[in-house]
Write a protein that binds this ligand. Structure first.
Ligand SMILES: C[S@@+](CC[C@H](N)C(=O)[O-])C[C@H]1O[C@@H](n2cnc3c(N)ncnc32)[C@H](O)[C@@H]1O
Length: 248
């Protein structure tokens, strides 16, 4: 990799093309995104998301940014916690994902106390010291300049605010890893083809997970971006990790 190139899954691509490639993945999968999440994880992603929200310590009345929020799972959970006096912004760079999320929330009757923003995680258009919590669930992996995104999140948080990053990470244990690789590289693209008519996007999913910084590397990147008391929690043997950091 050079300054001019980056990875898109296992491919090396010009840095300024990655966002476009990521967009085409989510344009393609948006319609089947929620169904595929349930099938791929056997519904376990719902539990991971609940645990991440619990670890955020978000309280009644707080302001939360759900970054790369897609179809809004995290927003619904945060909205329950912040109550009537709180506020949640569901944001995503992709208009298709965001519009699916908005329709879904409206259908569920989740309307008050939520706003929507089509924004890039690397350049948050919010004032300094604004949110009590910024959360990014399964989104950071897709961002081209992760360090810039982390710095932008830090800037937009109030002192005392928390960042929560729920993301695929490095699975633990040789035997488990072998089974997980088999599942990721053989079964996932097949499911993607059968259900979403798109094997490539699910191949990208498996590859992008392997290219994402592991638990310790991401923790270091968070500290480099200015976060303090950074820690992480492995779930499902490290298939996903929840990283948490504070702005002091
Ligand atoms: C796997 S989905 C996660 C959606 C949701 N957070 C969830 O957990 O179900 C990843 C999302 O990241 C968004 N995304 C990718 N790059 C982004 C960026 N630079 N800024 C904001 N969102 C981005 C995609 O459009 C997509 O909706």
């Amino acid at each position: 990799m050079t300054d001019q190139t980056t990875h898109f899954g296992f491919r090396e691509v010009p840095t300024d093309e990655k966002a476009k490639l990521v967009r085409s993945v989510f344009d393609s999968v948006a319609g089947k995104y929620d169904l595929m999440n349930d099938l791929m994880s056997l519904g376990i992603h719902r539990l991971w998301k609940r645990i991440a929200v619990q670890l955020s310590y978000v309280r009644h009345g707080e302001k939360v940014l759900d970054l790369a929020g897609g179809t809004g799972d995290m927003t619904v959970l945060f909205r329950e916690r912040v109550g009537d006096k709180g506020w949640v912004v569901l944001s995503d760079i992709n208009a298709e994902m965001l519009s699916r999320g908005r329709d879904r929330l409206i259908d569920q009757g989740v309307v008050e106390g939520i706003d929507y923003a089509q924004i890039d995680a690397e350049k948050l258009p919010f004032p300094d010291n604004f949110f009590d919590c910024v959360c990014v669930a399964f989104g950071l992996r897709n961002v081209t300049h992760k360090g810039d995104a982390l710095k932008s999140m830090h800037r937009a948080l109030k002192p005392g605010g928390r960042v929560i990053i729920l993301e695929f990470s490095e699975a633990q244990g040789a035997l488990f890893k072998r089974a997980y690789d088999l599942y990721s590289f053989k079964l996932l693209p097949l499911m993607g083809q059968l259900i979403a008519n798109d094997a490539d996007s699910y191949r990208y999913l498996a590859e992008s997970i392997r290219m994402h910084p592991n638990q310790e590397k991401l923790k270091t990147m968070m500290a480099d971006a200015g976060f303090e008391r950074c820690d992480y929690f492995n779930l499902t043997q490290g298939v996903v990790a929840i990283h948490r950091g504070y702005k002091v």
